[in-house]
Design a protein around this ligand. Structure first.
Ligand code: SF4
Length: 376
């Protein structure tokens, strides 16, 4: 419900070993090239195979850099494979020796290049093994000149690290970046950092990243996003409750097999609903799953991995689920990461006794308001 690309191949544990990365301890499991190939060739009956047959592109990758030394050869092989079967590839990277070779094989694609710093000296402390800022900016220019749509991940956004953020925004616009995706640095409960990592990243930075963001931090990243928009860049941040065509290039370039997401539904609501109109589960479900199968697939991982509370305490893990089952859980439980209730433009409708209003199938009914101020 976040990214339009439903498939991902993450290769070997990432060789860039950035200090803040949850994969740097090497415990991240590697994607197996053989299983990936069997998905593409239809030999597997998995959910991934279902999407591969729809023509969905594959994201390389969210959990390991596809162009670090450990992955670059497989990335070239996979990119050739995807080009051969007509499924595109989308890339998330900090760069590497074989990027332009992959770009030539893939043809016009969406790229996400992370640049969280203006000063390379800060990059060298936080990400000592990754490519320089100067190289990444020139890579973005090259990719744009080749006809690709390039996003910059100013992600994580850490005020102490970014340096001259106005200069960084100027550099990104000069390179032809289409949009900027930023999130605050956040560590999970299980994140362990060495004393050295903590000292280099900054004790206050690390302390904040272990807690939910406060209004001051949200205000800082919000102000940064405002500056990016003022410079003509599209923006995305998790929980964004305003219309945005940030993801549109994915639908334009890949044409087949991209998923609708919450941003698409928010755009739809802003375009078609007046304030205080009711929003029904059936409308949401119909919008985001148009054209997808109603069969049960092995997709419970999608919701279980980040929402273990659901299946330990509240719901029985069903093994296989339909897309409707997954979406219904997110509709029912606001603490599911992609629940619409986490976007300020939606709120649960309540009756005069403050009880939730339910539809005929027992699903909560939501209300929509552009500015998120439901008190008026
Ligand atoms: S490049 Fe990305 S995946 Fe690799 S260590 Fe750095 S943050 Fe982690």
């Amino acid at each position: 419900m976040l990214h339009p690309v439903p498939l991902e191949f993450s290769g070997a544990p990432c060789g860039y070993r950035c200090r803040y990365c949850f994969t740097k301890d090497g415990t991240q499991s590697s994607g197996k090239l053989s299983s990936f190939k069997s998905c593409l060739t239809g030999e597997s009956r998995s959910a991934a195979s279902y999407f591969a047959a729809l023509g969905s592109p594959v994201l390389l990758s969210n959990r390991s850099d596809p162009f670090c030394k450990q992955n670059e050869l497989n990335t070239i092989e996979i990119t050739k494979l995807l080009a051969g079967v007509g499924n595109g590839a989308a890339f998330q990277t900090k760069g590497g020796g074989k990027v332009l070779e992959a770009a030539r094989i893939a043809g016009r694609s969406c790229w996400y290049v992370t640049v969280s710093y203006f000063d390379d000296s800060t990059r060298a402390k936080i990400e000592p093994h990754s490519p320089s800022v100067k190289y990444r900016l020139s890579l973005i220019s090259d990719l744009v000149k080749m006809g690709n749509v390039v996003y910059a991940g100013v992600n994580p956004y850490v005020p102490e690290w970014i340096g001259d953020e106005d200069a960084l925004i100027r550099a990104l616009t000069d390179c032809g970046v289409y949009g900027v995706w930023s999130e605050l640095l956040h560590f999970g409960r299980k994140t362990t950092l060495s004393d050295d990592d903590t000292a280099v990243m900054g004790e206050d930075v690390v302390r904040r990243a272990h807690k939910p963001a406060d209004d001051f931090e949200l205000g800082r990243i919000g102000a940064f996003m405002d500056k990016c928009r003022a410079a003509g860049l599209r923006t995305f941040i998790f929980g964004q409750a305003q219309p945005s065509d940030f993801w549109q290039p994915y639908y334009d370039i890949y044409k087949k097999g991209c998923l609708q997401n919450n941003q698409g539904f928010i755009n739809h609501c802003f375009a078609t609903l007046e304030d205080y109109k009711r929003v029904y589960f059936q409308d949401y479900f119909a919008f985001v799953t148009a054209g997808l199968t109603d069969k049960r697939l092995q997709i419970e991982n999608y919701i279980r991995v980040h929402n273990r509370f659901l299946f330990f305490r509240k719901e029985k893990s069903p093994g296989k689920m339909t897309f409707k089952d997954v979406l219904r859980l997110s509709w029912k439980y606001p603490n599911v990461a992609f629940s619409l209730l986490r976007f300020s433009c939606f709120a649960q409708c309540v009756d005069d006794d403050s009880k939730p209003v339910l539809d005929d199938d027992g699903n909560p009914v939501l209300a929509f308001k552009r500015d998120g101020n439901f008190e008026e």
